[in-house]
Design a protein around this ligand. Sequence first.
Ligand SMILES: [Zn+2]
Length: 285
Amino acid sequence: MRCILANEKYTGDVIFQKTYTDDSFNRHINDGFLDQYFMPNHHEAIVSHEDFDAVAALISQRATEKGIKRGSKKCQQRYAFSGKIICGECGNTFRRRIHTSKYGKYVAWCCNTHLNDTRKCPMLFLRDDDLKIAFTTVLNKLIYSHKLVLKPYVAALKNNSGDESLVRIQHLERLLEQNTEQRETLTKLMAQGYIDQVLYNSETNALLAQANNYRADIDVINATMTGDSSKVFEAERLLHFAERGSLLDEYNEELFERFVDHIHVYSRQEVGFVMKCGLTFKEMI
Ligand SMILES: [Zn+2]
C-alpha cells in the first residue's frame, strides 16, 4: 500500500498569494510582483509527525477502500476537476484520460496542449488520485492551522477591504456635488443674462459628461468592493469549515467544489490550490 504522506514533510508552510493595490487604487492578484507572504513552520508543534503519519496511513487505507467501491459506479461520476486544472507552462486546461500501465489502469489529467503537440508544452500528466490526496492534505493542514492561517487572513480582509475604495468613492462623490453646483451656477448665470444659450449648452454638456465619468468610476469601484466582500464571505466559510472540521480521511468532491476555484499546476511535483477566498495553497505531489 502506498503511504500517501510518507514523502510529504508536514511543515505547514503556507503561501499567501495576497492581492495588492496599486497607486491608482486598482487591486491586482499578486503574481510575484510583490513578495509573497510566507508562513513557514508556523504550526509544527500543533501536530506531531507521528500523529500525522498515523493519520496518513489511515487516509491511505480508506482511500484504497473507497477506490474499489467507487470503480463500480464509475458511470455516475462527475468530474469536479474538469476545466479547473490549469497548466503552469502554457495556461491551457487539463483533460481526463485513462492510462494503462503494467500495474493496471488509472485516471490521469493531461495538458490539452501537450496532448496535441508535445513540442508546444512539456507538462506531463498528473494522476487523479495524487491530486485528490493533495487536496485532502491541504484541507487537513487548514483544519490544524486555521487559527494561524485563516483567522489572520479573514481579519486582514475585513480591515483592508473597501477602506481605500471608500475614500476614493467619497472623493468622487464630492466631485459630483461640485459638478451639480457648477451646473446650477450656469443656470443662474444664464437666467440673469450673463452668458448666452450657446455657452450655457456647451458648458452644461461638458459638465454632464464629466458627471457620467465620475458615476462610471464609482460603479467600477463598487464592483471591486463586491469582489472583496465575496472574498471575505469565502474566507469566513473556509474558516468556519476548518474550525468545525475534524480530520478528513478521504477526498471529498463537494468540499473541492465549495472551496477551490482552480488548480494551478506548477510542475509535475507541485500544484497550487487556488481557493475562492483568494489564498493559494501549494502542495507537493
Ligand atoms: Zn500545458
